[in-house]
Write a protein that binds this ligand. Structure first.
Ligand SMILES: N[C@@H](CCC(=O)N[C@@H](CS)C(=O)NCC(=O)O)C(=O)O
Length: 236
């Protein structure tokens, strides 16, 4: 696996941090390093090579500054994007917004069959995520099997590359934070390898891990597993 040098991560802003000079014309992406939704927008920003055009502002959600809700984003969630005097939210909207409003390689296909398949996969996201989180409380292997069989099958649709639409796109970005988490969590907590019997998923994971725009956003595996252990297996 290609391992790029980890870019330095600014420390998260907390309840005692001053706000940045909001609406001074700087474009800012507010994230939390732990949030899978924020990770999507962060990957899109990196993939398009916008590191110098979109400033990353990490927030400590457990110790959130009041000014974030009051001055930046009344929804009080991450991610949000401050751009041209406005603040926008919702991770999937932010990926397509960043794609449409900034330079860099395109993330949304124009080819009709791919566009349509992308919509189908994006509308399946809520189901996919729910299946995985529910499985942790019920039957992990069964839940993983339903969620990742769909994934494996979807990867067979286009054969001009290892990703959902052949080439890397916003669909891969939308799914990858959850695959990262559940690949590790199933392996560590339940000794279950989600790639077993799913060769396309195995290649997808391998290929996505060659993309710096993504690897720069990955969580520390130990921290990730600890968070899930505490949340889902409190007795251990
Ligand atoms: N639908 C939103 C979900 C964002 C979201 O739930 N973010 C969480 C962190 S992972 C958050 O900010 N939670 C803070 C809160 O709910 O108070 C998106 O896709 O951007």
């Amino acid at each position: 696996m290609a391992t790029a040098v980890q870019q330095s991560r600014p420390p998260p802003l907390t309840a005692t941090s001053d706000p940045p000079p909001i609406f001074d014309g700087t474009t800012r992406l507010y994230i939390s390093y732990l949030c899978p939704f924020a990770q999507r927008a962060w990957i899109a920003r990196n993939y398009k090579g916008l590191q110098d055009k979109i400033e990353l502002v990490p927030i400590d959600l457990q110790n959130r500054p009041d000014w974030y809700k009051e001055k930046v984003y009344p929804e009080n969630k991450v991610p949000s994007l401050e751009h041209n005097g406005k603040v926008l939210g919702e991770s999937l909207d932010l990926i397509t917004y960043i794609d449409a409003n900034f330079e860099g390689p395109s993330l949304v296909p124009t080819d009709l069959p791919k566009k349509e398949f992308a919509e189908q996969l994006i509308s399946h996201l809520d189901t996919f995520i729910k299946q995985l989180y529910t499985s942790l409380k019920e039957d992990p292997i069964q839940g993983a099997s339903i969620a990742f069989d769909y994934f494996e099958n979807a990867l067979g649709k286009f054969d001009d590359g290892p990703f959902f639409l052949g080439q890397f796109s916003w669909v891969d970005i939308a799914y990858v934070p959850f695959v990262e988490r559940f690949h590790l969590v199933f392996s560590d907590l339940f000794k279950h390898d989600i790639t077993e019997g799913r060769p396309k998923l195995a290649v997808w994971i391998e290929e996505v891990n060659k993309i710096d725009a993504y690897t720069q956003t990955r969580l520390d595996p130990k921290e990730l597993v600890d968070i899930y252990k505490k949340r889902f297996l409190p007795q251990q």
